[in-house]
Design a protein around this ligand. Structure first.
Ligand SMILES: [Zn+2]
Length: 352
């Protein structure tokens, strides 16, 4: 049993957004018990939780990862510690924190030992492997926590996680140079945040979407990017006719790899961060012919979280433009629908 402190609210049961089966639409509000914590955990009272594309994929059963049903959704969250386990010394009740997503890792896995615990194949994350944060209380291992600087309100801090996905893809995995011309495919949260990271690297950036993405492309423009509907070939070839230095594929469909191969210049890079379970139906020969570096990007780890929080605290990275609204978790359906249809880039929920 952990050391118990205070609760702003004393509910034993709380409403939670639960994904209960591998079927389309199998998400509902259920009342769940307050979780108990282990010696090295904290109990977090959730302030805000972002809706991720992966939450939508589990809702529509279009995901490609194993899910422990029933599970509380939500892995983009921040809140206040209300209880700490007996062996937790670095954190105390009242601390404002955000949490990484790797809820369960094998400390002896070689990837973990290398500091790349996000790539431990046995890793289980919040919202699919263990209960996530679309509820009032969530159990979090203390090693996942990061302190939130006072100047960052929780409605922004809860989006540290997708910012870290973008940081990992663009900074750690792509190595852009100032002046690079970068095309981002897909104006969802990850696409726009990847574009914002590329701008921080000094790149010239275009975000590409469909006619229906007009609103989301306008938001990309607030980060100093071009917004392009449909074909980006002209923009890709504008400098010397050879194509973009880098294409970041954040579209969430396999077919966009074909477009990436067309737009990238010889010896260029493609970084794929969007998921898409469909098999490819075309030749990868252009990858060979153009001598392209193809890089996947998954998740993030401790130093990236610290760096993203520093960027948010300094004002260099502002997530406000992508937030399309904040809803109580009981209105999860509206929040999910609006994001699903691209009416908003990012929906945020608060517990009730
Ligand atoms: Zn996410």
């Amino acid at each position: 049993m952990g050391k118990s402190y205070f609760y702003k609210t004393n509910h034993m049961k709380s409403s939670a957004v639960v994904n209960y089966a591998n079927e389309k639409g199998a998400v509902e509000i259920r009342e769940i018990e307050k979780p108990s914590i282990g010696d090295e955990d904290v109990l977090l009272e959730v302030s805000h939780v972002g809706v991720c594309g992966s939450d939508l994929h589990q809702w529509t059963a279009g995901h490609s990862w194993p899910v422990n049903y029933p599970v509380v959704l939500g892995h983009e969250f921040g809140g206040v510690i209300v209880e700490t386990g007996d062996r937790v010394t670095k954190w105390k009740a009242g601390d404002r924190v955000v949490s990484e997503t790797a809820a369960v890792i094998d400390p002896d896995n070689p990837m973990t030992r290398m500091g790349k615990y996000n790539l431990d194949p046995t890793r289980k994350g919040f919202g699919y492997g263990v209960n996530g944060a679309m509820t009032r209380f969530v159990r979090v291992p203390s090693r996942c926590l990061h302190k939130v600087p006072d100047q960052i309100p929780f409605e922004y801090a809860c989006l540290t996680e997708p910012c870290c996905v973008a940081y990992s893809a663009v900074i750690e995995n792509t190595h852009l140079k100032p002046g690079d011309r970068v095309i981002v495919l897909g104006p969802g949260t990850i696409g726009i945040l990847c574009a914002a990271m590329a701008r921080l690297c000094g790149a010239q950036v275009a975000v590409v979407g469909l006619e229906a993405d007009k609103h989301r492309l306008d938001i990309a423009k607030q980060y100093g990017c071009e917004g392009i509907i449909g074909d980006a070939t002209t923009w890709a070839n504008e400098r010397d006719g050879l194509g973009a230095d880098c294409v970041i594929d954040a579209a969430g469909a396999s077919m966009t790899m074909k477009i990436a191969l067309q737009l990238v210049r010889p010896n260029g890079k493609i970084t794929k961060v969007g998921w898409g379970p469909q098999p490819l139906g075309f030749s990868l020969d252009p990858l060979v012919q153009k001598n392209i570096t193809l890089q996947g990007s998954f998740s993030h780890n401790w130093p990236m979280w610290e760096r993203v929080l520093a960027l948010m605290a300094s004002g260099q990275l502002n997530v406000k433009p992508i937030i399309g609204g904040i809803w109580p978790i009981t209105e999860w359906h509206t929040a999910f629908e609006k994001m699903h249809h691209g009416e908003v880039v990012k929906s945020v929920l608060t517990p009730v």
